[in-house]
Design a protein around this ligand. Structure first.
Ligand code: ZN
Length: 152
């Protein structure tokens, strides 16, 4: 469908206000252009991506971990919003529980194996991962694990 001036008013996907799309963007433009709408749309996109994309999740964990490493004094005291990490509160919550889980697994492995050395613990955990994979993905299972060179 073509129009005389190439643009038809459209509703913003976030605030529902009408806007005239930029002719250069055409059909791709879903938002009115307000900063709050762009931010909200991005947050929603991140949440959706977080749910369906495991690589995205891993990147979030890494980013948060790096951020914490670089901001050791950070705590969730009230009124300290200026130093929030660049991820939404939801993602932060999830990554915190994953971090706790990571500590718990490491602690458990250290406790049961009796090793306190970091490298040794890493080796123990690698064996645990291997073992768990064997339990959860018995020989003949469809899953590909060739990334670790153990099975193809
Ligand atoms: Zn809008």
């Amino acid at each position: 469908m073509s129009t005389d001036n190439g643009a038809v008013d459209r509703r913003c996907a976030v605030c529902q206000r009408f806007f005239t799309p930029n002719p250069r963007l055409g059909d791709r433009q879903k938002l009115c252009g307000r900063k709050t709408c762009r931010q909200q749309y991005k947050n929603q996109w991140q949440r959706d991506e977080y749910v369906k994309n495991s690589r995205f999740r891993r990147n979030v964990f890494r980013r948060v971990r790096r951020w914490r490493w670089n901001h050791p004094g950070y705590s969730r005291r009230k009124g300290q919003s200026g130093s929030d990490p660049p991820v939404s509160a939801v993602l932060r919550e999830v990554s915190e529980s994953v971090l706790r889980l990571e500590f718990a697994v490491n602690g458990l492995a250290s406790h049961t194996s009796g090793c306190r050395d970091r490298e040794e613990l890493r080796a123990v955990l690698a064996r645990c991962v291997e073992r768990g994979r064997e339990v959860l993905l018995p020989v003949g299972a469809e899953e590909k694990v060739d990334r670790y060179g153990t099975r193809s």
